[in-house]
Write a protein that binds this ligand. Structure first.
Ligand code: NAP
Length: 259
């Protein structure tokens, strides 16, 4: 299917690896020029070069921490008038509710709620002026069903979800859509970071921890970044203008709910 977005420009945050990279690749495959971001320069440049070579699109890189005010100023400066915004950043660490301090909460809120809100606030006025825009926020299945040890993530992402629920309905009349993609377990470094401690605690190899977790998912496997990117690119496509303020689970059926 032609996604109808060839020649448009996208800012894809936190995109040198994992789900962000999957989104960047799928948008590039649809002919979209990219601004890619991550903190580590090496992986970012490698990913950008491989996308340029594979798809022939223009890719600008911005190596910075997108959760800081300075980082946001850098990516926004490079992005200019983008048509598509994909927000993403690393997730907060797991832990126990009684150990988290106010500073831990502020860090999580900054990274996973206030950063996407700041980027939307800066970029959407231009989209509204031009009468077209697509925003996709990468959140988590924890928005629909809490993951107890990820309380910082549960809290911050639910806050973002509330903001999007209202705001998406204010900007839709201008041709701008905001939707959230809710990943369940995908085969990325983040999944390894969560499987590693489980393997250590149980005294089993990480492959065994992974296999046990995969067995709890109806699809019996982890998702791929290609599947995730394809869903993101569709939400950013010309065909998705009537999809507004939705929270779309990509979790292999992992969230046990009727609707
Ligand atoms: P990942 O494989 O660890 O990749 C994270 C990417 O983001 C890397 O490119 C990383 O590069 C970049 N990044 C991280 N923090 C950044 C920051 N502050 N500023 C700029 N770039 C940053 O993670 P992932 O699995 O793709 O996860 C992406 C998001 O989805 C996370 O918030 C995660 O919690 C959430 N999620 C993932 C899963 C899953 O199963 N994978 C499930 C639910 C939710 P640098 O390190 O070089 O900056």
């Amino acid at each position: 299917m032609d996604l109808g977005i060839r020649g448009k420009r996208a800012l894809v945050c936190a995109s040198s690896k994992g789900l962000g990279l999957g989104c960047a690749e799928a948008l590039a495959a649809a002919g979209v020029d990219l601004v890619m971001n991550a903190r580590g320069v090496e992986a970012l440049e490698r990913a950008a070069e491989s996308i340029r070579a594979a798809y022939g699109v223009n890719v600008t890189t911005v190596a910075c921490d997108v959760t800081t005010a300075e980082g946001q100023a850098q990516v926004l400066g490079a992005a200019g008038d983008v048509d598509i915004l994909v927000t993403n950043a690393g997730g907060p660490p797991p832990g126990m509710w009684h150990d988290w301090t106010r500073d831990d909460f502020l860090r999580a809120l900054d990274a996973n709620m206030l950063t996407p809100i700041a980027l939307m606030t800066a970029i959407m006025p231009g989209m509204i002026d031009r009468g077209w825009g697509r925003v996709v926020n990468i959140t988590s299945q924890s928005v629909k069903a809490p993951i107890p040890q990820l309380g910082l993530s549960n809290a911050a992402r639910t806050g973002l979800t509330g903001f999007v629920a209202g705001t998406s309905r204010q900007v839709a009349q201008y041709g701008v859509t905001i939707n959230n993609l809710l990943p369940g377990i995908h085969a990325t470094d983040r999944a390894n970071a969560l499987d590693g401690p489980v393997a250590a605690k149980e005294g089993i190899p990480i492959e065994e921890a992974r296999a046990r977790r995969a067995a709890t998912i109806p699809a019996r496997r982890y998702g791929t970044i290609e599947e995730f990117g394809a869903a993101c690119a569709f939400l950013c496509s010309a065909h998705a203008g009537f999809i507004v303020g939705q929270n779309i689970l990509l979790d292999g059926g992992g969230t046990n709910a009727t609707i």
